[in-house]
Design a protein around this ligand. Structure first.
Ligand code: BTN
Length: 264
């Protein structure tokens, strides 16, 4: 992709944004999250970074994120008021709601969310969200929220092919406009973040209503070497943790920082 094309693309994307964010569009980067974290360390805020592909795309709990051309890889920064850990924990659900709404508004395809950070379509993974935080030169803690969506990807490596999907695999008769989707996600993210900053509790209710996990039998996979166990997902608490009923009849809260789940 030529330098000129990317510049024109960046100018168009900037024009379409409702709220002022500087946008960088890169043909290739290791990880848009790492790129944005380094800009934050240089004191450059209110930005969005979009890449056409990532060579070291990262997921939650140290996993990698398959990031070839044809996907959307985007990172946005946002402030964490008062360095509030609870606020940080709710960023992933809020970004999930913003992304799901943006996808359905731009494509007409309704997607769901799997606790805590997966975007789901046809029971498979369409994308994911990774929130990270850093202390900036002005002393404020800011978060980088990275969103990856499999848009026009037509095949996946064997190890994930049974669990992953894309918008194009869902609707093979059309090609999706990645820039249009990127702009919609940025605007939607800024919209939901302003509600969230204003203390609106509706964001977690919207998250609940988009969750496909509630009522499902699940396997809980601890991040450490602790054994996996099965349970049933009952609900999501207002702080974003998952309320589960273990097979031994005990209710527990799962903290998104520590575990992932698989629906059975
Ligand atoms: C997950 O599935 O656990 C989260 C995946 C998050 C992927 C996005 S792509 C843009 C941003 N850059 C990264 O390296 N990761 C996030």
């Amino acid at each position: 992709m030529s330098e000129l094309y990317i510049k024109a693309e960046a100018a168009m994307t900037q024009e379409m944004l409702q709220k002022k964010r500087s946008v960088d569009i890169l043909s290739e980067v290791d990880s848009t999250n790492d790129y944005l974290l380094s800009l934050l360390k240089d004191g450059r805020y209110q930005r969005a970074v979009i890449a056409h592909r990532q060579t070291g795309g990262r997921g939650r709990l140290g996993r990698s994120f398959y990031s070839p051309e044809g996907g959307l890889y985007i990172s946005l920064d946002t402030e964490i008021p008062g360095d509030d850990e609870k606020f940080f924990r709710l960023l992933t659900p809020a970004a999930g709601v913003a992304t799901a709404r943006a996808i359905s508004e731009t494509t007409g395809i309704d997607v769901g969310l799997k606790w805590v950070n997966d975007i789901e379509l046809d029971g498979k993974k369409l994308g994911g969200i990774l929130a990270q935080s850093t202390v900036c030169p002005d002393g404020a803690r800011r978060a980088v929220v990275g969103i990856g969506i499999n848009v026009n990807i037509t095949s996946f490596p064997d190890e994930i092919s049974s669990r992953a999907t894309s918008l194009l695999l869902h609707q093979p008769d059309r090609e999706f406009n990645i820039n249009e989707l990127a702009v919609a996600i940025i605007n939607s993210f800024d919209h939901y973040m302003s509600l969230f900053y204003a203390g609106d509790k509706g964001v977690i209710d919207s998250y609940r209503s988009l969750l496909t996990t509630i009522g499902c039998a699940i396997t809980v996979i601890p991040a450490e070497d602790a054994p996996r166990f099965s349970a049933r997902a009952l609900d999501v608490a207002d702080d974003g943790s998952l309320i589960i009923l273990c097979d031994n009849g005990i209710r527990r809260l799962l903290d998104s920082g520590e575990v992932s789940i698989r629906t059975n």
